[in-house]
Design a protein around this ligand. Structure first.
Ligand SMILES: Cc1cc2nc3c(=O)[nH]c(=O)nc-3n(C[C@H](O)[C@H](O)[C@H](O)COP(=O)(O)OP(=O)(O)OC[C@H]3O[C@@H](n4cnc5c(N)ncnc54)[C@H](O)[C@@H]3O)c2cc1C
Length: 441
């Protein structure tokens, strides 16, 4: 029997966007996925999130939770269901400057967070893109530009406000609801709607930024040296590197960030990276932290970047692994490969302290295939690396499901995540959205 449509709660009047509404075209999709939800709900405070969730559940349709809409799997939208879009919950407040405690609402973008904190001389290391939302990143991990210095974003969360599947509002921290607090930090997508995070920021105003272009040797030597330098570097140095085709060869485009305001210190921290291969170009600047996640990144998400992405973590990169990375990036099935430094402060946290258990690895490898290529191309390119990686980061995986879950949450972590998800969301309201495959593109 078809369920009669639930009445629209008064507080959501004007905040339900359906096909035909002029707002619908810029709200229906995410960064990676064009979709046709039946409605997008735009709550503006916690009480309205509760009302939106109750209304959405009463419809009996699939529910997606969206903060910034940058999730790679496209799970923040759906076809025919309801989307709870938190973009109107975007306040950023410094609660206590001496202890650097900041309250950030889930719908803020990291560019907005950086901009709001800069006048206080504070920053939260988040990610590399200003348009990524707080909610998705801070429930998965958060590999930011200062990751080796600061750790993951989740490592600095001190409390969260969550709307549970039954509409209860809970404030969780290390003492109150500790299991919920544990799960939010790494596996938050399955517990509820996190409306706000209390995060301890760091004192950062300016940072050194080096852009370095080197030839990437096909034998993997450049990749191996990049990883070696990062592994032994002072924690103030974090870096990302893209392996890009350049004619018949490959170049490595490195962005290195130094948590130092002094140009001389920044120069000495990045100097070893200038030696990793044939240097083509480099420059070093000292810039305010918000320049790394600028507001110019802000844009609506309309499905403009479909891709299939996977990733893996490594502890050290030996010669064979470096060659495998080069084959993924430059072999016959060439896909876009990005390397990110992790380790440093990330590994100060015990593996069981949060639902992100990967606390001994030092390199993250991310591979993406873009149209016209898809999953088959990505899997073929990744084959040589699949057996070498040790775990994965949930937020760089575009095909959620049991295999991805097992890599992101291995062994005891997975059992605990599943248990906490079941306890706080017994009907699987959020798990449905989380495990939505994105069509196997
Ligand atoms: C261009 C780009 C650059 C990126 N760079 C980085 C990077 O440098 N470092 C890094 O760590 N990651 C990075 N990511 C990955 C990013 O962490 C994830 O895509 C993240 O999910 C995006 O957050 P969002 O709020 O924008 O996502 P959304 O698409 O809004 O959400 C994705 C999923 O997260 C869950 N979710 C979202 N909000 C909430 C909430 N409030 N409560 C509970 N669950 C929620 C839901 O399951 C939702 O479907 C990048 C992604 C892209 C596309």
């Amino acid at each position: 029997m078809t369920r009669p449509p639930a009445p629209v709660p008064e507080q959501l009047a004007g905040r339900i966007v359906r096909p035909g509404d002029r707002r619908y075209p810029t709200l229906r999709s995410t960064h990676t996925t064009r979709a046709t939800p039946a409605a997008v709900l735009l709550p503006e405070n916690t009480a309205e999130v509760v009302a939106a969730l109750r209304y959405a559940r009463a419809q009996g349709a699939p529910i997606a939770v969206r903060s910034g809409g940058h999730g790679l799997s496209g799970s923040a939208t759906n076809d025919g269901g309801l989307v709870i879009d938190l973009s109107a919950l975007r306040s950023v407040d410094v609660l206590d400057r001496p202890s650097r405690l900041v309250r950030v609402e889930a719908g803020a973008r990291w560019a907005q967070v950086a901009q709001a904190l800069a006048p206080y001389g504070l920053a939260i290391s988040s990610g590399d893109h200003g348009n990524v939302g707080v909610g998705g990143l801070a429930t998965g991990g958060g590999v930011g530009w200062l990751v080796r210095h600061y750790g993951l974003t989740i490592d600095h969360i001190r409390a969260v406000e969550v709307v549970l599947a039954d509409g209860t509002v809970v404030r969780a921290d290390a003492v109150t609801e500790p299991e919920l607090f544990w799960a939010v930090r790494g596996a938050g997508a399955g517990v509820g709607v996190v409306v706000a995070f209390e995060i301890e920021a760091v004192e950062v105003r300016d940072v050194g930024v080096a852009r370095i272009l080197v030839e990437a040797r096909p034998d993997g030597d450049t990749v191996r040296r990049w990883a070696d330098v990062l592994r032994g570097a002072p924690r103030e140095l974090s870096a990302a590197a893209m392996l890009l085709p350049y004619g018949s060869s490959t170049v490595m485009s490195v962005t290195a960030v130094v948590a130092a305001e002094n140009l001389r210190r920044a120069r000495s921290a990045v100097a070893p990276l200038l030696e990793i291969g044939g240097l083509l170009d480099h420059r070093l600047d000292v810039v305010p932290y918000p320049a790394l996640v600028p507001t110019t990144h802000l844009h609506p998400n309309v499905g403009q970047q479909p891709n299939v992405t996977t990733n893996g973590l490594l502890s050290g990169v030996d010669g064979a692994t470096a060659r495998a990375i080069m084959r993924t990036a430059a072999g016959p099935d060439r896909v876009l490969v990005q390397l990110r430094s992790v380790g440093g402060a990330v590994n100060d946290v015990a593996p069981d302290a949060t639902a992100y258990p990967h606390r001994h690895q030092d390199t993250l490898v991310v591979a993406s295939a873009f149209p016209p290529h898809g999953a088959a191309r990505l899997d073929a390119a990744w084959r040589g690396l699949a057996g070498r990686v040790d775990g994965a980061y949930v937020n760089f995986e575009s095909r959620p499901g049991p295999a991805a879950f097992a890599r992101a949450y291995p062994r005891a972590t997975g059992a605990k995540v599943a248990g906490v998800w079941r306890r706080y969301d017994p009907d699987g309201v959020f798990r449905t959205a989380h495990s939505r495959p994105n069509g196997g593109r």
